[in-house]
Write a protein that binds this ligand. Structure first.
Ligand SMILES: Cc1cc2nc3c(=O)[nH]c(=O)nc-3n(C[C@H](O)[C@H](O)[C@H](O)COP(=O)(O)OP(=O)(O)OC[C@H]3O[C@@H](n4cnc5c(N)ncnc54)[C@H](O)[C@@H]3O)c2cc1C
Ligand SMILES: NC(=O)c1ccc[n+]([C@@H]2O[C@H](COP(=O)([O-])OP(=O)(O)OC[C@H]3O[C@@H](n4cnc5c(N)ncnc54)[C@H](O)[C@@H]3O)[C@@H](O)[C@H]2O)c1
Length: 444
């Protein structure tokens, strides 16, 4: 039996805690989190703020009591200030200011990530808002209820920025979307895809400002009023900041080995460089099968899987992660995009000599009325012909197809293997000459 302390009770910490409590109930489990709530699904922020769903209530999938029922001691609103790794002691502070120590046999760091704050003037002004926590989404939502807030700037056209731009537009505001890059979603998709997303955004009234760097926010009476970029100054009543996450490594960065962005460097068992110290979720690295190396990908899906792996290992069952492909998806004004592995730019940056094959057609036979175009690109290694990535987009739901590519990357399948792969046909779903088959068949 061990005393296992988990620091951080969101997706990664919850998955690790449940794994230990469900499968190894003989252990003593202590869970510590500084927040008032746990298990908030950030993916629901845009859905709620954009009023796709009426309430935030169902964006939480568990609570403190559920862990207590399983026998854990869970301390919410309790901040871990530091860890004495040599003496296995945690120093923490309760909401009332009381300080205390907690010993451990094994500790799981699940402290997640923090939104990146640009080093520019005015980020501390009222109505300059990050959207990481549930509380952040409440602040943003309240601001959007205010009729005097008309002009909204979203900084960062990555996943959060694009989703929030849609949400804010749905609330009837004027939206400007800024990104340093030349397109939206540039790290996930090639321009062949992002051009379509950018058209969808502009057709729905969002003003895109790409290749434009915000230099400062100006304010009056402590509230933001304008933002200035290298190209102009724009009146702004509310700013949503979304330029990425960095790992929350403050507890271990001086003692544990870290990756180039500061994430705790872990092996396939989620073990850090110190014995009995595990790291899971957004605070840790992850192994990518696409680049065949360690990397950093902040996603809830990775948090959950790494939490499960970390939980088993901390409880004494050796289990190795099978790595990830960074599979992801987005749906904006009814336009759906999914990708996995590497896009062309990322594959080149990873040092591959790459080839790709594209195909575009109606998803279903022409005689089916409810139909839409599908675009697919498969990226592969020119030398080994191994599939490195795939991107798909449509107004139709094409999302499930990307999982096959995820497995293909993980299993090092070649593009040639996909050419005659048995893919079913039914007019309700696809064409006899399936878009995946057609893309693979036309590969050089
Ligand atoms: C708006 C938004 C939308 C998103 N949409 C998606 C999506 O659609 N799909 C997807 O896969 N991912 C999505 N993500 C990313 C996903 O939410 C994160 O990858 C995920 O939350 C990581 O989980 P985590 O448990 O590792 O870390 P976090 O969620 O960051 O949780 C860390 C926890 O640690 C606690 N903590 C930190 N430091 C301390 C300390 N010193 N003491 C005590 N407690 C501490 C925090 O209070 C927090 O509860 C989205 C994120 C946001 C913000
Ligand atoms: N649907 C989903 O799966 C989903 C949804 C939301 C968030 N997430 C995840 O949450 C994490 C955080 O999301 P995010 O949108 O903050 O990050 P992101 O990495 O998706 O996008 C950040 C964007 O900010 C831009 N940028 C960076 N620095 C900038 C600067 N100084 N000025 C202007 N633009 C700048 C980048 O070019 C990029 O487009 C990501 O890992 C993301 O994948 C996933």
């Amino acid at each position: 039996m061990s005393k296992i302390v988990l620091i951080g009770a969101n997706h990664a910490g919850i998955a690790a805690a449940n794994t230990i409590l469900d499968s190894y109930p003989e252990n003593e489990v202590v869970i510590i989190d500084k927040n008032t709530n746990l298990s908030y699904l950030g993916c629901g922020t845009a859905l709620w703020v954009g009023r796709h769903i009426d309430s935030y209530e169902h964006l939480f999938y568990t609570n403190k009591e559920a862990f207590e029922e399983k026998g854990a001691r869970i301390l919410m609103e309790t901040t871990v200030e530091s860890i004495d790794f040599d003496n296995k002691l945690i120093h923490a502070t309760r909401a009332n200011g009381e300080k205390f120590e907690e010993s451990y046999d094994k500790v799981i760091l699940a402290t997640g990530s923090v939104p990146i704050a640009p080093n520019i003037k005015g980020t501390d002004l009222e109505n300059v808002q990050f959207v990481k926590l549930f509380q952040d989404s409440q602040v943003a939502d309240k601001a959007l209820c205010d009729d005097s807030i008309k002009e909204v700037a979203v900084i960062g056209a990555g996943y959060i920025g694009v989703e929030m731009a849609e949400a804010v537009k749905r609330r009837g505001k004027n939206v400007r979307l800024f990104d340093a890059a030349d397109t939206s979603l540039n790290t996930y998709y090639d321009p062949w895809f992002t051009e379509d997303m950018d058209n969808v955004l502009t057709e729905n009234g969002i003003q895109t400002h790409y290749g434009e760097m915000v230099q400062s926010f100006e304010g009056k009476d402590g509230k933001v009023t304008d933002l200035t970029t290298d190209k102009g100054t724009y009146k702004t009543d509310l700013v949503i900041m979304a330029i990425g996450f960095s790992p929350n490594n403050s507890l271990g960065k001086d003692k544990l080995e870290t990756f180039n962005n500061g994430a705790y460097l872990v092996n396939l068992k989620q073990e850090t460089s110190l014995p009995d110290v595990y790291a899971v979720g957004d605070c840790a690295t992850i192994y990518s099968n696409a680049i065949e190396d360690t990397t950093y990908i902040a996603l809830a899906t990775n948090a959950v899987r790494s939490g499960i792996v970390g939980g088993h290992n901390a409880a004494g069952t050796p289990l190795e992660s099978i790595g990830v492909q960074g599979s992801n998806g987005i749906s904006i004004f009814g336009y759906n995009m999914v990708s996995t592995g590497l896009n062309l730019a990322a594959a080149k940056e990873a040092g591959y000599e790459v080839k790709y094959t594209d195909f575009e057609d109606l998803q279903k036979p022409g005689f089916i009325e409810k139909n839409g175009n599908v675009k697919i690109r498969i990226v592969y290694d020119a030398k080994t012909r191994r599939v490195l990535g795939a991107q798909m987009a449509s107004t139709e739901d094409i999302s499930m197809g990307i999982h096959m590519f995820s497995l293909a990357i993980e299993e090092k399948v070649t593009i040639d293997k996909l050419k005659l792969l048995d893919i079913f046909f039914l007019p309700h779903f696809n064409q006899p000459y399936n878009y995946i088959t057609m893309a693979a068949l036309s590969a050089e």
